[in-house]
Structures are given as structure tokens and as C-alpha cells.
Design a protein. Structure first.
Lengths: 248, 251
């Protein structure tokens, strides 16, 4: 068993003005190189959980701990549902990807671009580097966001509904690329989705959130090795998740 | 923009055609609507002979640009600051909205009391109108930066200053540009109106008023048309620059 990379311990979130608790007592570990899917109904607090892990929100109680190694340049890389708002429309695809490298003050623009080009070709994906976001397809835009989130080699990759804004074909393409990137980089990843197919095809374990306030209803383990492409091969865990969601 | 030039000429041709019909049928007095030959004669003497109307055209454009430049230099930073710091926005917003509701021309008498009859009063009027528009648009530009975009900057490890410079300013730029473009048209209009009131003998506004007093209708029309042409051309020029330098607008 790989070493634990992320620990989420008894995390709860309450909003003082809202209708009480959103998340109650969420606990799980993520091993190094493991891909965890978090599923649940709309508004159950999946994204809130992800933002707490990212350090964008403080939990009301409980804690999260991320163990970084020397090869990690940054703690987390994050991809959001809305790629149009997430990308910078005044920058080309390549210059969007180099944005996180600009935090390295000593690195020159030429070096940043070289680094990004090499990284993209290592990943084996094809992006229109000179194009502006408004000249790209939805799938290309979301992949750009993924590459940007990874360029500084984060200890943890967080994906917040990464496919929700994509149409069928783009969704398929991005999922395929993402699966190969996750495997190639041996990434530790937590992703939130309300699509069960994404969850059962891409992850090692699925955390099912349900209830009011939201608690961990069930953790479903996927035995077969990644990458999986055939939804029929994961029928059983899919039904298990559905069942857990419907009890709520 | 993609329409052929012929299509764009339709409106001016209809205007010219109806003008010609109305004048040749003597439907109105030539004092209100001079004939087209009289108009072209006036245009020739005002534009082809030296100095003609050129010093006035120069004075009007100069005043507009000076007022616009001052308004932009002060208004853009102030607006950006307002949008960036919620406390400043909260304390200034209602005051600015109130200031916007006051027609700038009504302040002209006040400017005369303060600055006397002269260039300062003539520039202060368009300056007032422009700066309010520029501040508000810059503020809204910064407020409108998507939260996700700021988050991306922070998560990328950029400093606060870098997020401001690399994300917030470029993101606000299209809206800032909208303010500048509106202010550009407004500065020309307000300069001409101010020139009509008092304080100068140069300027298109003054000339239009004088021609009316001396019943030189044809000359008056020429000056009015020139004012229109200036507004049209500066706006076109601005749009060309906007497409070139703020290419992500509306994308």
C-alpha cells in the first residue's frame, strides 16, 4: 500500500447565515497515486469539500493534511467546471499554461514557454498552443486548464466537475486524455462529479456523499485496474453507488 | 462591419435625397434648409480657404482631447481602486451615482465662477462628464472579474500584486475601454455645448452659434456636419484600436 498523501479528518462546514450544516464529519485518506471520486446530488457540498481541501475555504471544524514531497513544486493544482471563466481570454493557450510558472521570479519567458512545450509533448496531448481560448473547442479549453494545473507538478490534483460543461464528444475526449495523464504522472487526484460513469471509469474509490447535513454514505472500491473504458465492466459498483444515493 | 460599403451608404443617400426634394419643392424656407449648392459653396469657403474653420476645428478637438486625457488619467486609477477595495466602493458609490445624475452643462455657470471665462471652464465641463463615466466603468470592470479567475491566480502561486497586474487589470480592460469610448463621444458633445455658451470666440460650438445669429444657415450646417464627422471618425478610430489591442472583448 502506498503512503498516505492526503488526510481529511472529521471535516464539517456550517454557514452561520445559511440553513445550518453543509458537511458533517467527513473523514477519508487518499494514498499516493490514488484517484478518488466524490459523488453526490447537486448542492450536497461536494465542491465545498474540494475547496476546503484546496485551502480556499476554512472548515468549521476538523482538518485536512497534505503531505508534500521534494519533487512537488506546489501543493495543489485545481481545475474548475467553467473553463471559460477559468482561462484568461487575453492569453494564448500556451501563455495560459505558463501562468503558474510566472510565480518563479527568476524564470524567463522563453524558458517558461520551453518548459511548457516540453511538458505538453511529454503528456502526449495535442493543443493549439498559439490559439486564443475563443478560437478553441470546449475540450481543448478544459485540457488547457488541466495542463495548467499540472505544470508546476502539484502534490494533489483537484477537479471540480471537470466534464459538466462539455458536450458528449468533448467529454469523451477529455476523459480519455485525463485518464492517460493520471496514469502517466501517477497523480494523486480527488475529483467531484455528479456523473456516475466518470466516477466508476476513472477512480480507484468512490466516496458517496448524501444526507442532510451531508455525511459519507458509502465508500465504493473499484477493483479492476485503470484505465477503464467500458461502462459495462463496472456495472456492479455503479449500481452500488446509485443505491447509496437513492436511500437519501 | 461585414456589410458592403454600398449598404452603409444607404442612410446618407436617403438623407441627401430627401434634403434635395424638400429644397427643390420649396417646402421650407432656405433659412431653415439651404440648398445643396449653397451648402457646397459654404463648405468650400470654410474648408478650402485659409484659415476658414480649421482653427475652430482644432480648438474643439484640442479641448475634447485634453479633457478626455485628464479624465482618463485620473478616472481609470480611481475606478480600478474603487472596484478593488470594497470599502472605498461602499463609501464613494452613492456619491458618484449622484454626480452622474447631474447634467454637466448645468455646472457651467459654477465653473465660470470658479475658473473665469476661458479655457479652464470650457475644459472643466466635458472633464466632469467624462470622469464620472470613466470611473464607474473602471469600477464595474474590476468588480466583474470572475471569482474563479482570481482563484486560479492565487492557486498558481502568484502574489497579490501579480494577480492584480496579470489577471484583474487585463480582465477589466474591455469594460474600461467601454467607458473611454463613451467618454470620447461625450467629450466632443460637451465641448461644443460649452463653446456655445460663453468664454471663447474659437471653437465649432461658438461658430455654429454665431452663424445662427447672423442667419448664415449654410455655414451653420457645414459646421454642424463637421462636428458629426469628427465624432464619427474618432469613434471609428477608437474601435479599430480596440479590436487591435483589446481583442478579447466580447469573446
Amino acid at each position: 500500500m502506498n503512503a498516505v498523501r492526503l488526510s481529511v479528518r472529521n471535516v464539517s462546514k456550517t454557514y452561520p447565515k445559511g440553513d445550518g450544516s453543509v458537511l458533517a464529519d467527513i473523514t477519508f485518506d487518499v494514498a499516493n497515486g490514488e484517484v478518488i471520486a466524490v459523488v453526490g446530488r447537486n448542492g450536497c457540498g461536494k465542491s465545498t469539500l474540494l475547496q476546503i481541501i484546496a485551502g480556499l475555504l476554512e472548515p468549521s471544524s476538523g482538518s485536512t493534511e497534505l503531505r508534500e514531497t521534494e519533487s512537488d513544486d506546489i501543493a495543489v493544482g485545481m481545475v474548475f467546471q467553467d473553463y471559460d471563466k477559468s482561462l484568461l481570454p487575453w492569453r494564448s493557450c500556451l501563455d495560459n499554461i505558463t501562468l503558474p510558472l510566472e510565480a518563479h521570479k527568476h524564470m524567463r519567458a522563453l524558458e517558461r514557454r520551453e518548459r511548457a512545450r516540453a511538458f505538453i509533448s511529454d503528456l502526449g496531448i495535442d493543443l493549439p498552443l498559439k490559439n486564443y481560448p475563443y478560437e478553441m473547442s470546449g475540450g481543448q479549453k478544459q485540457l488547457t486548464c488541466v495542463v495548467r494545473a499540472l505544470i508546476r507538478r502539484p502534490a494533489l490534483l483537484l477537479l471540480d466537475e471537470p466534464f459538466a460543461a462539455l458536450d458528449y464528444f468533448n467529454r469523451h475526449e477529455v476523459r480519455k486524455s485525463l485518464q492517460s495523464i493520471l496514469a502517466a504522472m501517477n497523480l494523486t487526484c480527488v475529483f467531484v462529479s455528479h456523473e456516475l460513469d466518470d466516477a466508476v471509469l476513472m477512480s480507484d474509490r468512490v466516496i458517496v456523499l448524501a444526507g442532510v447535513p451531508t455525511t459519507t454514505r458509502r465508500i465504493v472500491i473499484l477493483e479492476s485496474p485503470r484505465p477503464r473504458t467500458d461502462p459495462d465492466s463496472v456495472k456492479r459498483p455503479r449500481e452500488e453507488i446509485l443505491e447509496a444515493l437513492e436511500v437519501a | 462591419m461585414k456589410h458592403p460599403i454600398l449598404l452603409r451608404l444607404i442612410a446618407p443617400l436617403i438623407l441627401l435625397g430627401s434634403w434635395w426634394v424638400v429644397v427643390s419643392l420649396r417646402m421650407v424656407s432656405p433659412l431653415i434648409l439651404p440648398s445643396i449648392p449653397a451648402l457646397s459653396h459654404a463648405a468650400q469657403s470654410l474648408l478650402l480657404r485659409s484659415p476658414g474653420l480649421w482653427p475652430d476645428i482644432g480648438a474643439t478637438i484640442g479641448r475634447s482631447l485634453v479633457s478626455l486625457a485628464i479624465a482618463a488619467a485620473a478616472g481609470v486609477p480611481l475606478g480600478v481602486l474603487m472596484g478593488y477595495v470594497p470599502l472605498i466602493y461602499a463609501s464613494l458609490e452613492s456619491g458618484l451615482e449622484f454626480a452622474r445624475a447631474i447634467p454637466p452643462v448645468t455646472l457651467f455657470p459654477l465653473f465660470i465662477l470658479a475658473f473665469g471665462f476661458g479655457e479652464l471652464s470650457l475644459i472643466a465641463t466635458p472633464l466632469y462628464g467624462c470622469i464620472v463615466i470613466i470611473i464607474l466603468n473602471s469600477t464595474y470592470g474590476v468588480i466583474g472579474v470572475p471569482k474563479v479567475r482570481r482563484t486560479v491566480g492565487r492557486l498558481s502561486g502568484l502574489s497579490r500584486a501579480a494577480v492584480f497586474r496579470k489577471i484583474i487589470i487585463p480582465d477589466a480592460l474591455p469594460q474600461i475601454t467601454v467607458g473611454l469610448r463613451t467618454a470620447l463621444s461625450l467629450s466632443i458633445v460637451l465641448t461644443i455645448v460649452a463653446e456655445m455658451l460663453v468664454g471663447t470666440d474659437r471653437g465649432l460650438g461658438r461658430k455654429i452659434y454665431n452663424y445662427q445669429l447672423s442667419f448664415d444657415s449654410a455655414e451653420m450646417y457645414v459646421a454642424i456636419l463637421i462636428a458629426g464627422v469628427i465624432g464619427y471618425l474618432t469613434n471609428r478610430l477608437f474601435v479599430v484600436c480596440q479590436r487591435r489591442y483589446v481583442h478579447w472583448t466580447d469573446k
